[in-house]
Write a new protein. Structure first.
Length: 114
């Protein structure tokens, strides 16, 4: 399956340079159909002409981002070494009520085309 997703510039660049290997999303809609081996095209929201393709290496489902954060390093999730990783950062995008309703997913990825 081929899926398109938009990303803010900072996480886009971290995936592009290989430091962020887990993309976190609500487990809803098209993400419920993701499987290992699928391709995702990420589009940089800051420059929609900039895209990259990644291969899905794993689909990790959790009840909330709190549990997801407990299973991956902050670097895998896209944080710098000097940053504090907090699952509450994801509540800016996905309220707890939506997490509990749909679950969340950590999509393990690797870049295959820039």
């Amino acid at each position: 399956m081929f899926t398109i997703m938009h990303l803010n510039e900072k996480p886009f660049n971290k995936i592009k340079n290989g430091t962020k290997t887990i993309e976190m999303r609500l487990f809803d809609g098209k993400r419920k159909f993701l499987t290992v081996g699928d391709t995702i095209e990420f589009i940089n929201k800051a420059n929609e002409n900039e895209t990259m393709e990644v291969e899905v290496l794993g689909v990790h489902i959790y009840p909330t981002f709190k549990e997801l954060y407990q299973n991956f390093s902050k670097q895998e999730l896209g944080y710098d070494d000097d940053e504090v990783a907090s699952y509450k950062d994801m509540e800016e995008y996905y309220p707890l009520s939506e997490q509990e309703k749909n679950c969340v997913v950590g999509i393990e990825i690797k870049v295959i085309k820039q």
